[in-house]
Design a protein around this ligand. Sequence first.
Ligand code: AGP
Length: 586
Amino acid sequence: MCGILGCISDGDVVPILLNGMKRLEYRGYDSWGLAVVQDKIRSIKNIGKISEGEMNLSKLKGSIGIAHTRWATHGCVTRENAHPHTSCRKEIAIVHNGIIENYQEIKRSLLAEGHKFTSQTDSEVIAHLLEKYYHEFKDIKKVLLVTVKKIKGNFAFLAIFQEDPNMIVGARKDSPLVIGIGKNSFFLASDVLSFIEHTDKVIFLDNLEAVIAKKGSLRIFDFKGREVKKRITQVAWEAYDVSKKEFTHYTLKEIYEQSSTLKNSLYQDPMKLNKFCKSIKAAKKLFITASGTSFHAGLLARYMFSKISKVYCEAVLASESNQIMDWVDKDTVILAISQSGETADVLDAVRKAKEKGAKILSIVNVIGSTLDRESDLVLYLNCGPEIGVAATKSFTAQLALIYLLAFTMANEVISISKLKRLNDYIDFILKQKDKIVKIAEKYKDSNDFYFIGRSVHYPIALEGALKLKELSYIHAEGMAAGELKHGTLALIDDRTPVVVLNPKDQTYHETLSNALEMKARGAKIIGVSDLNNEVYDDLIILPQIDELFFPIIEVIPLQMLAYYIAINRGADVDKPRNLAKSVTVK
Ligand code: AGP
């Protein structure tokens, strides 16, 4: 999964590409590169983050160019494997996001025809195929159509040609590609974020569509060659506000934003909300599917729908959705939850279910994302761009919206009004920053962490562990508190910190007993509760709220703990190693 960006303009596009790539780094940050057409194609590639290696680009200038920021899938992180990739004669340069599944087969036949490859990537075959067909047909539309027919997998790619220095071509299948329409300029990118300061007028390419952009003209056609007329969408600038404000990291800013994002997620069009609820209730079978943090929200949705709305459902990891496919039919509703709306596992699950006639309902943050466009009904999280790779504000927004759905289906008007005031309690947690910083310092050198909770607190325990792993690189496990005695207790000793999610609700006494069992084995207990107890070595206090709402609030100190432990360990919190924000590969 990577970020791609191309630009055609009257002036020099290099600064535009560089700035845009920094915005796309959330999609991958192993290596990066860009190419422009001057008299010939000139490119620059570098390993590492753009900010670390912003080299002297002064020699590179051009009014047409493409750029790429990489998250390695095929081939190690090397300069050779960084994009753009060029054809044998370096007359064509391409950038690609996705995976070409049949690249080995294509590469073999291209090698036999005499093509020379310089990288281990799957992407390079696109440059060579374009070269082959460009020389064969000369007609660029035909070249594109035969190329996309040849490659299998998922892709969004852009290409520039030395022989046609006024043109960028692109195509997409299962990976996003959007076109920004500026004044005398076009932008072709994985995400609007990369060019939002230049234009708010956008065309979202649909799946299996290709584009030929030239100065002053734009041709869009489907993979069968039929020209398509596209609607220009005006996107809201504020929805793409990516400034860090006074915060040192996006992750911290996003944690602190949660009182407003929680509120925004509850602003839903009542008609749309009711239609969504009606579809859920009408489903003969309901499956929730998501990945990572969004799956944790899905687990809580299963609980809320069942307990509050009396709607039975199953939550299944998107990457494991094959397990349910035999049961999916036209009476099935799939509720997909995704911040990015681009997660390949989620899209794959949704598409398979759609083929079997299921209705697709989605909760997404990124408007215009693939999931948004491929769903029958969508509710947006409205929490603005989440740049930190670790999901924070999108998670609490997902939970709030799930609660809203559950209460609406159950017609619980009083609970809805309480939910709408919940954001007032977030400050109560944020004010405990100094205490959380101290706890972080105390446990920063631990090798293992455990997070436990029962019932509604179990998904939050999973989420707390995931946050700590990805931000600080400490091994962490989230567990159902009752499961400890079935094995994990063997790992607990006096070096083990255990975060116990234990507010005063119906799970309180049993979870307290589990905390005592671990304390007896020497564990250090970090309580997260509205009630103190001597078992806790450290306590993060929760506000006095209706017990059903604890999960939404109690995850925030866990995000803060993970953040400050990561800072103490010198980790790059906004861009953790090996990860990327949207996982667009399977
Ligand atoms: C969360 O902190 C992770 N970075 C990751 O688990 C993420 O939630 C997952 O990849 C799903 O992403 P999505 O919500 O955009 O589909």
